[in-house]
Ligand binder design. Sequence first.
Ligand SMILES: [Zn+2]
Length: 228
Amino acid sequence: MIILLAMMKMEIEERLEVTEQLFRDGLYLEALQILHRIIEEPSLSDEHLLSHIFYDIGNILMKLGYKNEALSSWKSSLRIFPDHSLQNEILQFVNPYGMVNGEQSVHDDFKAFASVQMARYLALKQQGCFSSLAEADMVMDLISDHWADIIDSGLSNHLSCSQKLGLFHRYHIDFPLLKQVESVEVVFDFQNNRLMESDTICNCGSGLPFYACCGSILDPKEYLIGLK
Ligand SMILES: [Zn+2]
């Protein structure tokens, strides 16, 4: 039995070597397919290996330009097996909102504002998601208009990121579809309400600060998944 288990493990390790070669050759999709299949194997019980596979998947997704997905995979790797150098790598990729770094900090601020407002809008909708791309566009247009007002007013100038987040959470946009719902005073918590303790280490076991881990603000794109 022990020999059998050892063989199975060796097989996985051999396949990992193949995927690493594929990675070096730039055959990312092929490598990804093999890794996904390995993850589904019931014989995969070695946490170190599993963590390693999530790390490799993250590397491939990063090469393919799927940065948010890559970060999720790296965080999964850390939750299984914390690793200091991967923690540092992740921290270099994220802004103080825990989102993938943008080119300019004002873009990061806008994305965080949009994300907070989209979460508020969707929390008030029964389905919890956008029904159509047209609806998402309408919400995004409103958010952009309000963002222009914030920039013009200088409200967010000279604030730290956590102060800006506080402002973004307090900022009220009258979304037309939600007027009725809000008039009955719906109470909701923001999933991303992380104004306090954002620098403390996350309790999921990744070893990352909360803001860069489970407290990270979602990229607005992630609210649009599945929409046509
Ligand atoms: Zn976490």
